[in-house]
Design a protein around this ligand. Structure first.
Ligand code: ADE
Length: 314
């Protein structure tokens, strides 16, 4: 496959001088500082590779975005959004993939990211069918905490889903793929044209083409439902029909769905974005703190969710 090919291409163009700066220590890195390894994943406009930074021996994930493809698909915005949102998020939270360096050559952009060795949450859910309740609760808490951080930094993700929740060495989630991200208060070239992923799309995006922090919270509700039920809340044979279900809030819980989880999901999957639990103004009865204090999370110690051992993945 492409791995060897990538390495050869990387070697052959390694002479191109590329610029980048490590945000924390100011050290520049360039393509030939890295030994590329296996392919870790593929996105619509990018491929992610395992890589070792030769000077330190540290391992990273490098996202390679082909310039020609971006231009052909008129998606130059994606790479700009990803870089600016990741820089904005910095190294401030364990639940967000950190950007260490960026550089580019004539062919591609390179994003040097935290390596999340345990892959995507989506793969875990698919393999297990669904997660045990303690496991779903633990990961739901990490997702809520990471999303609260992202929002507090003024960033919305706009495509939260289990594919974009990676798992690191310690089985902690890391939110990735900020190509759809937006910094609040900055103009957005994609305003009004943007659609995330059908199963997680909020009703307000379908009705008024608007997204806000609240639309990320909607997706969190869909993810919590999916971790427990093992299926999407809103799913139909076509995107169009899925959208119709979202707009009508047409979903139901499987038998045996935990009552606290059901109450939580019902308070998040609310059509009016301003009424969603977790989306209210700080200090209101449905702000992020109210979400954290929901009975479903009663056994969660929010101070230690990033150091507590994860429950067995089952
Ligand atoms: N696949 C996509 N991004 C990744 C990352 N940062 N670590 C591991 N696998 C990935």
């Amino acid at each position: 496959n492409g791995d060897g090919d990538m390495s050869r291409r990387a070697q052959s163009r390694s002479k191109s001088r590329t610029n980048s700066r490590n945000s924390s220590v100011g050290v520049k890195a360039q393509l030939d500082d890295f030994e590329f390894g296996e392919e870790l994943g593929e996105g619509s406009y990018s491929t992610v590779y395992h890589a070792v930074y030769r000077p330190s021996g540290r391992e990273y994930a490098i996202k390679v975005v082909e310039k020609a493809l971006l231009i052909r698909k008129k998606k130059e915005q994606v790479v700009l959004a990803e870089k600016s949102t990741l820089i904005r998020l910095g190294s401030g939270h364990p639940g967000v993939v950190r950007l260490h360096w960026t550089f580019h050559d004539d062919w591609s952009y390179f994003f040097v990211l935290d390596l999340a060795r345990n892959g995507e949450m989506k793969t875990r859910i698919s393999r297990l069918g669904s997660l045990s309740l303690p496991c779903a609760r633990h990961y739901a808490a990490q997702v809520v905490d990471a999303v609260a951080y992202i929002h507090a930094r003024g960033v919305i993700h706009r495509d939260l889903k289990p594919e974009n929740l990676l798992l690191d060495d310690d089985m902690r989630i890391k939110i990735t793929d900020f190509g759809t991200g937006k910094i609040l208060g900055q103009e957005d070239d994609r305003a009004g044209t943007f659609v995330g992923t059908a199963q997680y799309v909020s009703p307000e995006l379908l009705h008024t083409n608007t997204t806000s922090k609240s639309s990320d919270i909607w997706a969190v509700g869909c993810i919590i439902f999916q971790m427990i039920a093992g299926r999407f809340p809103f799913h139909a044979p076509s995107e169009y029909l899925t959208f119709e279900k979202v707009k009508k809030l047409d979903y139901s819980f499987p038998d045996g769905f935990d009552e606290d989880a059901k109450d939580l999901v019902q308070r998040i999957l609310v059509l009016d974005p301003i009424k969603r639990l977790g989306a209210g103004e700080a200090g209101s009865d449905h702000d992020m703190n109210a979400l954290r204090q929901h009975p479903f999370f009663k056994s969660i110690d929010w101070q230690s969710i990033w150091v507590d051992p994860a429950p067995p993945m089952e």
